[in-house]
Design a protein around this ligand. Structure first.
Ligand SMILES: [Zn+2]
Length: 251
């Protein structure tokens, strides 16, 4: 039976605003509600939140596990980075094209990285794309690690949605830098040339910084991206960032 007397309970896990142990409603205890966070490295469900102390403990365990498996956290954008959808096609029959070399890229990076998707598109669209990109769920986890429009806040993309304690060791691959906070752009983002296989894609009118340009057609030379270079750069970053506990950053 739910209680709502305004007192915060001492338990560590809530689901949909209710303590899973004593069933108190968290919204009646604003301080507790504010202190609760989603452990995004474990779940994409916004309803599942844990206390600061449990989050610290889970995070520490995860850091040890990742270090022992020698894995980095890699956050990938979807549109114009891994795939591009033809926006002129019907939503029910949307044409989606994989970036050339993307299968090899994912195959190589999964050995050294835990790969997350972070897109400003809808969750339904992202699920559909991953059914094409990762039908056997070998790269993005099972269930897939997808952060999208409905399970992240509006505004800048926010790495703390995935790693709420310390996101400084995560790497990002995205064709747009203006969607990330400045400090993240400078130190954690590998920006790629947007993949533009379809005519009339509005993305071709944005430059790297997201400003409108006079460009009217995609430069064919930017259609494919040298993923091997990207994988090499990831390896370099991986080597420079993996300290004794996998937490250190050398630059
Ligand atoms: Zn409780």
């Amino acid at each position: 039976m739910a209680e709502s007397d305004g007192d915060a309970c001492a338990h560590d896990v809530t689901f949909a605003g209710m303590c899973v142990q004593c069933h108190r409603i968290v919204s009646t205890a604003p301080d507790k509600a504010k202190a609760m966070q989603r452990p995004g490295f474990l779940t994409t469900a916004v309803d599942l939140q844990v206390s600061a102390s449990l989050l610290s403990s889970l995070d520490a365990d995860e850091q040890v596990r990742r270090a022992s498996e020698r894995k980095l956290v890699l956050v990938m954008d979807l549109d114009h980075t891994l795939v591009t959808a033809d926006m002129r096609s019907m939503p029910s029959k949307m044409k989606i094209r994989k970036r050339p070399g993307v299968d090899d890229f994912l195959q190589v990076t999964r050995d050294t990285c835990e790969i997350y998707v972070y897109t400003q598109a809808t969750g339904a669209y992202a699920q559909k794309v991953l059914e094409i990109l990762d039908p056997d769920r070998r790269y993005f986890g099972d269930p897939p690690r997808i952060f999208h429009r409905e399970n992240t806040p509006q505004g800048f993309k926010d790495l703390s949605q995935i790693l709420p304690k310390d996101a400084t060791s995560a790497l990002i691959v995205d064709d747009r830098e203006e969607v990330w906070p400045v400090v993240v752009r400078q130190s954690q983002l590998l920006k790629v040339v947007p993949y533009l296989p379809f005519e009339g894609d509005t993305r071709q009118h944005l430059d790297f910084e997201g400003k409108l340009t006079g460009a009217t057609a995609a430069d064919p030379s930017t259609a494919s991206f040298p993923w091997s270079q990207s994988a090499g750069r990831l390896t370099q970053l991986s080597a420079s960032r993996t300290g004794p506990c996998g937490r250190e950053i050398s630059n």
